[in-house]
Structures are given as C-alpha cells and as structure tokens.
Ligand binder design. Structure first.
Ligand code: FAD
Length: 420
C-alpha cells in the first residue's frame, strides 16, 4: 500500500493526525494493533475512568445532596456490574465513533503491529507493507512497574487491570500519589473500598501547585483515605488470599488489591527507530521540535511517545500540527497554556505555569494571588455549591497577563470544557 501519510498508532494523537491529514487531501493509513481505535485514552484511560468518576459522583450526590434538596430515596447502593456496563457502553460509543470518522474521512485503518522497515516503509505484522511520503509516530505510553519484590503478583494491577475488575476490592492500596493514583483513590473511596495511598514524595500530585496538593491531601484524608507520604514500598507478599505491603520504616498494610500507578513510559522500543535515524530516549521519548518533526525531517512524533504532557488534548493538538506540516503547511504547537484538569474529588484544574515554574523562569518578577469565592456567581451556582469555598491562584509574571492558575472545585473539569 502506498500513501502520502502513514500514522503509527490510533490513539488521540494518531487518530487526530490521520483525520486532519485526510481532511487536507492526503491519502492516509493508520496502523493500530488493538482491536479498537482510540488508544489508551478511549479504551483504558480517560474515558472509562471518567465513566466511573460519574458513578462515584452520583453516589456522592445520593449520600450528601439529595436529602438536603428534598429528594428522598429509599436507600441507595452501588451495583458495580451496572457501573461497568455503563463504562463499557461509553467506551464502545467513543471507539466506534473514531472508526466512523475514519470511514467518513477516507482514512484506511491497517490492523496490526507496525515497525519501520526503512525511512519510507512500515512493515505490518500479518499484512502488507505501508509505503509513505511522511509518517507520524503516535505509539503512546505504557504503565511503568518499579523493581519491587512481589510486585509480579496477580493482585498488583496497573490502571488497565483495575479498570477490568468485576468486584470492588474491600481494601485497595494505591502505589503512587500522582494524578492517576489519586483519581482511582477518589473513585474507590466512593465505591466503598478502604483506600491507602503510598507515595515516596512529600506530596500528592507533586507537579501541581503546592497548595492544591495540600488541599487534596486534606480532603482525601477527611474522607478516610489513608495517606503515607514520603514512604517507599519495599516488598509485597501474596499469601493467596491477601497482600501484605511493606513500606517506610518497617510499616505494613494488608489489602486485597494493589494499584501500581508510578508513571508511564513512552512506547519507543521495538519500532525500528534506530534503523531509520529517529532519535529517542527510553525515558523521555522521541525527540521532536515545535513542528513535531523528529530528527528525520519527513517523520513526525506526537502524544505520549514524544511528550512531556501525557494528556489526551496535547496529543490531539500535536497530531493536528504534525498532520498539517506533513501536508506542506507550517504549523507549530504552543504549549504556554495547557489545561490540566484532575478528576479527583475535589477536582483540581491548572493552566499555564505553576507558581514554582513561574519562579524558576522569572525569578522574583512573579505575583500570585488567592481568592476565596465561588467560581460561578449567581444564585443557582450558590445553591449547587459544595461545602468548601473555591479557590483561585493566579501567577502573573511581570504584568497583568496571567500565565498560570490553579483552581479547586466540584466538577471543575467539566466547567473548563476539557477533554479529561
Ligand atoms: C487511567 C488513565 C486515565 C487518564 N485520564 C486522562 C484524562 O482524564 N485526561 C487526559 O488528557 N489524559 C488522560 N490520560 C492520558 C491519556 O490517555 C494519554 O495522554 C493519551 O491517550 C495519549 O494519546 P497517544 O495517542 O499519544 O497514545 P495512546 O492513547 O497510548 O495511543 C497509542 C496507540 O498506539 C498503538 N500502538 C503502539 N505501538 C504500536 C505499533 N507498533 N503498531 C501499531 N499500533 C501501535 C497502541 O495500541 C495505542 O492504541 C489518562 C491515562 C490513563 C492511563
């Protein structure tokens, strides 16, 4: 098969790139090895997690809000099987939506695992080679597993394994207090699990503003989630019915399931990149400039395999930019104001620089502010407001234009209209 643009990977970066290139008149093939399009985000990431977030939010409303608003329920409980059916339905709708968009835009979906045979050909397992004028690599990322004794137990699962559970674990330990770990901790706390988080750094979601992560730790603690910060997990023992997790200075916790969420690494190995001169680093991913061009001019890289962000919406934008450049346009990615919604409860959202990043870049020429008021004014918003005041922080280096802010509120991600 001969095409103008070959896209390796059908996740947010890849499918957006493929559709955009086709819209610009290119013949396009997208090589995807999973049985569905949509990548991590649609199949085993953002979308199924947010479907559970919705279930968790409904439980919260039933427990805390309905009564106050005069809605009497005859008791309520989680039916996990139904929640999973709802989750699967949302995923199916989204992944088949991408397949329909491919058809509508004339993108050829080549099913199979792809590797670069040379700088103008992708070999596809069990299929014919795809020859291209330009290629866009969008192979995504995979969950990292630290070298801890006992972590190979079946009861130690990654986010994909947790999303596949058919029963709510009575006791769940989350290894890693980053975004994914905290989102699942929030969800399973609402689902009724006893949740413990073990994090080796001094704070949760350490990449966000310190006050946002402190507030999150406080709120999760109030809801009964046990936090062990600055503690390293040293060993896990599975006796066949439960796990004993050793951490810190000789501490232990007994649980039924462990979520290992210590970060994701770029999928860059086994793609044949060495043979065609595309530079990459196993930890940082594929080197690409603001045009998303790699060290080989007609090959581009987007999304988690080549990025710092590991967000679906940055992958979308990078995919668009790479496709436009592959089709002869001149587009660049501007990352100065990337929104970062976090679907914990409470939700947190940041955009632009954090205070620490602003100080690192601008030194003392930074002003910050904090206000305690409702994000949305008006009586309806006031009536719907949660029990804590919303906060906003603005970082203003050298002038009035805000370069960053972080907010905390109920259902904030939705208000920001973001992909997360
Ligand atoms: C639990 C979880 C929750 C998340 N929640 C959010 C969220 O709320 N908001 C947000 O913005 N981001 C979220 N993310 C991150 C988001 O999923 C990723 O940033 C996004 O999917 C990256 O898109 P991508 O196209 O770069 O890679 P991916 O989505 O990983 O897609 C890569 C695709 O390439 C395919 N592939 C790889 N190698 C080959 C090959 N050799 N041949 C053929 N196909 C190949 C893979 O099968 C995969 O389908 C979440 C991630 C996880 C794990």
């Amino acid at each position: 098969m001969q095409v103008d643009v070959a896209v390796l990977g059908g996740g947010p970066g890849g499918y957006t790139a493929a559709i955009r290139a086709a819209q610009l008149g290119a013949s396009v093939a997208c090589i995807e090895r999973e049985p569905e399009l949509g990548g991590t985000c649609l199949r085993v990431g953002c979308i199924p997690t947010k479907a559970w977030v919705q279930t968790a939010f409904a439980l919260k409303e039933a427990e805390h809000t309905f009564d106050k608003l005069g809605v009497k329920l005859g008791g309520f409980q989680l039916e996990f099987g139904t929640a999973n059916e709802w989750k699967a339905g949302v995923v199916k709708q989204m992944t088949s939506g991408v397949a329909s968009l491919f058809k509508a835009n004339g993108v050829e979906w080549v099913k199979g695992n792809g590797t670069f045979k040379d700088a103008n050909t992708v070999a596809v397992d069990g299929g014919e080679d795809v020859s291209f004028k330009s290629a866009i690599i969008a192979t995504g990322s995979f969950p990292l597993r630290p070298p801890i004794e006992g972590l190979d137990s079946e009861r130690c699962v990654d986010s994909t394994g947790l999303l596949a559970q058919t029963e709510v674990p009575k006791r769940l330990v989350v290894l890693g207090g980053g975004i994914i770990g905290c989102e699942f901790a929030s969800i399973f706390n609402r689902f009724g699990s006893e949740v413990t988080i073990i994090e080796m750094l001094p704070s949760l979601i350490p990449q966000e503003d310190a006050d946002a992560s402190k507030e999150l730790a406080k709120q999760l603690g109030r809801r009964g989630i046990t936090l062990h910060l600055e503690k390293q997990c040293t060993k896990v023992e599975d006796d066949g019915s439960e796990l004993t997790v050793q951490f810190g200075d000789g501490e232990t916790v007994q649980v039924d399931l462990m979520l290992v969420s210590v970060g994701r690494g770029p999928t860059v190995e086994g793609l044949g990149l060495e043979g065609i001169g595309v530079e990459f680093d196993k930890r940082k991913g594929i080197a690409a400039d603001e045009h998303r061009r790699t060290t080989v001019a007609h090959i581009y890289a987007v999304g988690d395999c080549a990025g710092y962000w590991q967000l679906a919406h940055t992958a979308f934008r990078e995919g668009e930019v790479a496709a436009e450049n592959a089709c002869g346009h001149d587009a660049v990615v501007d990352n100065r104001a990337v929104p970062r919604p976090i679907y914990t409860d409470p939700e947190i959202a940041g955009v632009g620089l954090t205070e620490a990043e602003a100080r690192e870049q601008y030194g003392d020429d930074v002003a910050t502010g904090m206000c305690r008021r409702a994000v949305c004014r008006g009586t309806r918003a006031a009536a719907r407001r949660g029990d804590r005041p919303r906060r906003r922080r603005a970082v203003r280096p050298g002038g009035w234009r805000s370069r960053g802010r972080t907010r905390r509120a109920d259902r904030l991600g939705r208000r920001r209209g973001n992909a997360r």
